[in-house]
Design a protein around this ligand. Structure first.
Ligand SMILES: Nc1ncnc2c1ncn2[C@@H]1O[C@H](COP(=O)(O)OP(=O)(O)OP(=O)(O)O)[C@@H](O)[C@H]1O
Ligand SMILES: [Mg+2]
Length: 393
């Protein structure tokens, strides 16, 4: 009987092998060992959609728990982040209620925070986050333990909430030097928005770690190792084809692995090159729906026009060509370039050129009905034919 497919092409799902992340995880773990003076004690993970920020956060939480630390975690996608974090911390206090020293109980009472029998899960604790975290951190410090606060999707957070969170973390970790580490994760757009907002100084001072694409060796491991662990073997040609198709993109690595496994007659014995070819094709179809389509939907028509103008190139696009095709100024093109880079759809290769940030985007755009329609309105003076005859990448 076939064993279950080991690959995990789902956002937030731990991959069977977390490849290429030993450095970032090791560095942050070393910071916890050193204490609040280490620059990685408060850390930010930055990366494009689907590069594996959430799974690195989860791995760090597991690591923290293994060393006996408590974790307080939330995502910033919906408003109410401060209240969610406060309640997560208050639940730890509930469990420790018996062991809390009198001064700490006093601080909670003074702030009107009930714990144990007096705990009210419906209370609005947003404004009391600083107190809850400080009491918990002081308690853990006295026990020789510690904690880590993790916040995912920081880019979606409300500036006011993040500012307040920053102040609370600043007071506990940096000023009082208590054992409360912080790891946040978000899209690279954070660099331009929040991190340039002077009032969010806490986030600006966090150590920054890029959670990027996997190099060739890491992608090979991520694809071949899960199959090997099941007793199977991926032929060298199959590995090369799969690595090539995944383009180092972690989400695509899972998709290609998953569908190659599905294509194989007996995957726990062998995954052949033809399985990998079939798997890569199916993966390519899925990546469009799962990752590219949602990003595309967020773009206004003018940005889509820019992307369609880009999709006429077989590899990176020169900004001068795009300006000519769209019949706009280079200033206009620069504005859209910046905007699209922030969205995570486009990556700047150098000052004069851009390329698609995620593999498969060019092909996906060329397959849209709107590609042919919009292309008819572009100035394709570089002599390319328009529409359906353009080869796929
Ligand atoms: N190091 C890795 N090796 C192999 N696969 C990985 C790795 N990191 C993540 N993945 C896989 O990539 C996919 C995306 O991971 P994850 O949800 O953590 O990305 P993310 O960066 O948080 O995305 P988003 O920005 O959309 O929240 C998952 O299927 C996960 O299993
Ligand atoms: Mg995520």
């Amino acid at each position: 009987m076939r064993s279950a497919n080991p690959f995990a092409p789902t956002f937030g799902a731990l991959p069977p092998v977390l490849a290429g992340r030993a450095d970032v995880i090791g560095d942050i773990a070393a910071a916890w060992e050193t204490g609040p003076t280490h620059p990685g004690y408060t850390a930010l993970l930055l990366g494009r959609r689907g590069t594996g920020k959430t799974v690195v956060l989860e791995e760090l939480r597991t690591l923290a728990q293994r060393r006996g630390w408590l974790t307080v975690s939330a995502a910033a996608v919906t408003p109410g982040l401060l209240d969610r974090l406060s309640h997560a911390a208050a639940e730890h206090l509930n469990r420790a209620a018996e062991a809390l020293d009198a001064d700490l109980r006093g601080d909670l009472a003074a702030a009107g925070i009930g714990i144990a029998a007096a705990y009210d899960p419906g209370a609005d604790l947003a404004r009391r986050l600083g107190t809850v975290l400080s009491v918990l951190a002081r308690h853990l410090d006295r026990q020789g333990a510690g904690m880590v606060v993790t916040v995912d999707e920081l880019h979606a957070g409300h500036a006011d909430e993040l500012r307040t969170l920053g102040i609370a973390l600043q007071d506990v970790t940096r000023l009082a030097q208590l054992p409360m580490a912080f790891v946040g994760a978000g899209l690279p757009v954070l660099e331009d928005t929040l991190l340039s907002d002077e009032s969010v100084t806490f986030l600006q001072r966090c150590g920054r770690y890029e959670v990027g694409f996997l190099d060739h060796a890491a992608a090979r491991t991520a694809l071949a190792e899960p199959i090997r662990q099941r007793g199977g073997r991926m032929s060298p040609e199959a590995i090369e084809h799969a690595v090539e198709a995944a383009g180092g993109y972690p989400f695509m690595v899972q998709l290609v692995g998953f569908h190659s496994w599905e294509a194989a007659a007996e995957p726990d014995t062998a995954v052949t090159v033809s399985d990998a070819v079939e798997g890569a094709q199916v993966a390519q179809q899925h990546i469009g729906q799962l990752v590219i389509a949602p990003l595309w939907r967020d773009q206004p028509d003018s940005a889509r026009r820019f992307l369609i103008a880009m999709a006429h190139d077989d590899s990176e696009s020169q900004l001068a060509d795009i300006a000519r095709r769209m019949d706009v100024t280079s200033g206009y093109v620069s504005v859209y370039r910046a905007r699209l880079v922030k969205s995570g759809l486009v990556a700047a290769t150098d000052k004069r050129s851009v390329t698609f940030a995620l593999p498969g985007t060019r092909r996906w755009i060329r397959d849209l009905d709107v590609f042919a329609h919009v292309s008819e309105t572009l100035h394709l003076t570089d002599g390319r034919s328009v529409g359906f005859t353009i080869p796929h990448d």
